[in-house]
Design a binder for this molecule. Structure first.
Ligand code: C2E
Ligand code: SIN
Ligand code: SIN
Ligand code: FE
Ligand code: FE
Length: 351
C-alpha cells in the first residue's frame, strides 16, 4: 500500500483529503507544516507528498525546495495543493521542483487522477534512480578491474603491444604470424632507409598493430568467405580509422607510431586509398612502408576470401603498383631487400 504524506496546517483540509485518499486505498500520514513533514520523511518511507503552501513555522515553498534538493527524497513525487492560484505562485512551486500543482478547492475526480499519475511517476523515477546507481557501481567495478589490469601490464608496454597485435589477427586468421612478419619486414625497410636503431625497433613493434581496427568489424564482413560487396567493403574500410582511434587513446612514441600506421596503411600513392585519400608525401612514410609489406604478405597468404598467390605473382603485383598504390622508393628498397624479406617469411611461418 502506498503511503501519502499530507502536509497542511488546516485540520479541515486534512480531513477532507485524508478521506478521499483512504478511500482510494492509501495510507495517510499528516503533518501541520513543512518542518513536521521533513521529520516524517526522515523516519517513514513515503510514496507521495501533498504540500500546502501557506503554513506557519516552515511554509510549503521552503519544504519543497529542501525535499527536491535532497538526494534521497527528490524522487518522491510532490504535489502542491494551495489556495494560491496566481501564475506567480504556481510557477514558483514548479520551479522549486514540485511535480504537480493543484488549486484549492480541488475537483475530486481530478484530484484522484493526478495522485495516481504522480504515484506512477514516482515508481518510474525510483526505478531509474536504482538503475542509475547500479550502473554507476558497475562502471566503478569495471574501471577498477581495468586499472588493475593496466598496472599489471604497464610493467611492460611491449607485452601489451604484442597482445594487442595478436588480438585482431586472432579473429580472422587464427595465427598471428602475419602481423609479426609485417613488423619484421617493416623494420627491414626502415633499416634500409637509414633509421636509427631505436626507430627501427619502434616500427617493428608498431607495424603489427596495423589491422587492430578489424576487431571493430562484424564477423559477417570480416569472415565472409567470398568477395565483399560495396557496402561490406565500406564497412571493412573503417578498420583504419577504428585502429587509429583505439591506438590514439594514450600517447607514447610507440602507440603514436602505431596509430599513424593503422590510420595510413591503406592510403595509396596516387591518392586513391582510404580513409583520407592522402597522396604521395602526405602519407606518413611509416604507413607507406607497411602498405607494401602488408599487401605482399597478404598476397602470399591464404585468406577466407582468397587463395595464396605465387611468389612470382605477388612480386609482379608490387612492382606493377609502384607509383600508383605504393611509394616507388619503398618498392625499390623492398625489392633490394627481397632475400631478407623472404627469409622472414621462411622463419615466421603460419602455424
Ligand atoms: P588483408 O587480407 O590483410 O589484405 C590487406 C591488403 O592486401 C588489401 O587491402 C589489398 O590491398 C591486398 N590484397 C589482399 N588480397 C588481395 C588480392 O587477392 N589481390 C590484390 N590485388 N590485393 C590483395 P584492402 O583491399 O583494402 O583490404 C583490406 C582488408 O579487407 C583485407 O585485409 C581483408 O581483411 C578485407 N577484404 C578485402 N577484400 C575482401 C574480400 O573480398 N572478402 C573478404 N572477406 N575480405 C576482404
Ligand atoms: C596520430 O594520430 O598519432 C598519427 C596521425 C595519423 O593518424 O596519421
Ligand atoms: C599523418 O600522420 O597521417 C600525416 C599528417 C596527418 O595526420 O594528416
Ligand atoms: Fe588493413
Ligand atoms: Fe594486414
Amino acid at each position: 500500500m502506498a503511503t501519502v504524506l499530507l502536509c497542511d496546517d488546516e485540520l479541515m483540509n486534512r480531513k477532507v483529503a485524508s478521506k478521499i485518499l483512504e478511500k482510494e486505498g492509501f495510507s495517510v500520514i499528516e503533518a501541520q507544516n513543512g518542518k513536521e513533514a521533513l521529520e516524517v520523511l526522515k523516519s517513514t518511507k513515503i510514496d507521495l507528498i501533498l504540500m500546502d503552501l501557506m503554513m506557519p513555522i516552515m511554509d510549503g515553498y521552503e519544504a519543497t525546495k529542501i525535499i527536491k534538493e535532497d538526494d534521497e527524497f527528490s524522487t518522491i513525487p510532490l504535489i502542491i495543493i494551495s489556495a494560491l492560484s496566481d501564475k506567480e505562485a504556481i510557477t514558483k512551486g514548479l520551479e522549486l521542483g514540485a511535480d504537480e500543482y493543484l488549486t484549492k478547492p480541488f475537483d475530486i475526480v481530478e484530484f484522484r487522477l493526478r495522485i495516481k499519475n504522480a504515484i506512477k511517476i514516482g515508481i518510474y523515477q525510483n526505478m531509474l534512480k536504482e538503475h542509475k546507481s547500479l550502473l554507476e557501481i558497475q562502471v566503478q567495478e569495471k574501471t577498477k578491474e581495468l586499472q588493475n589490469a593496466l598496472t599489471e601490464v604497464q610493467k611492460s608496454e611491449k607485452d601489451i603491444i604484442s597482445i594487442l597485435s595478436k588480438t585482431a589477427e586472432y579473429r580472422d586468421n587464427e595465427t598471428s604470424a602475419h602481423t609479426v612478419r609485417v613488423g619484421e619486414m617493416a623494420g627491414l625497410i626502415a633499416q634500409k632507409l637509414g633509421w636509427s636503431e631505436e626507430d627501427i625497433e619502434l616500427i617493428r613493434l608498431a607495424a603489427p598493430m596495423h589491422d587492430i581496427g578489424k576487431i571493430g568489424i562484424e564477423d559477417g564482413v570480416l569472415l565472409k568467405p567470398g568477395k565483399l560487396d560495396d557496402d561490406e567493403f565500406t564497412i571493412m574500410k573503417t578498420h583504419a580509422a577504428i585502429g587509429h582511434s583505439i591506438l590514439s587513446q594514450k600517447e607514447t612514441p610507440l602507440l603514436k607510431l602505431a596509430a599513424e600506421i593503422a590510420h595510413s596503411h591503406h592510403e595509396k600513392y596516387n591518392g586513391q586509398g582510404y580513409p583520407r585519400g592522402l597522396r604521395e608525401d602526405e602519407i606518413p612514410i611509416s604507413g607507406a612502408i607497411v602498405a607494401v609489406v602488408d599487401v605482399f604478405d597478404a598476397l602470399l597468404s591464404e585468406r577466407p576470401y582468397k587463395k595464396a598467390f605465387s611468389l612470382e605473382k605477388a612480386i609482379e603485383i608490387i612492382k606493377n603498383d609502384s607509383g600508383t598504390h605504393f611509394h616507388p622508393m619503398v618498392v625499390d628498397l623492398f625489392l633490394e631487400s627481397l632475400d631478407d624479406i623472404l627469409e622472414i617469411r621462411r622463419s615466421l611461418n603460419d602455424v
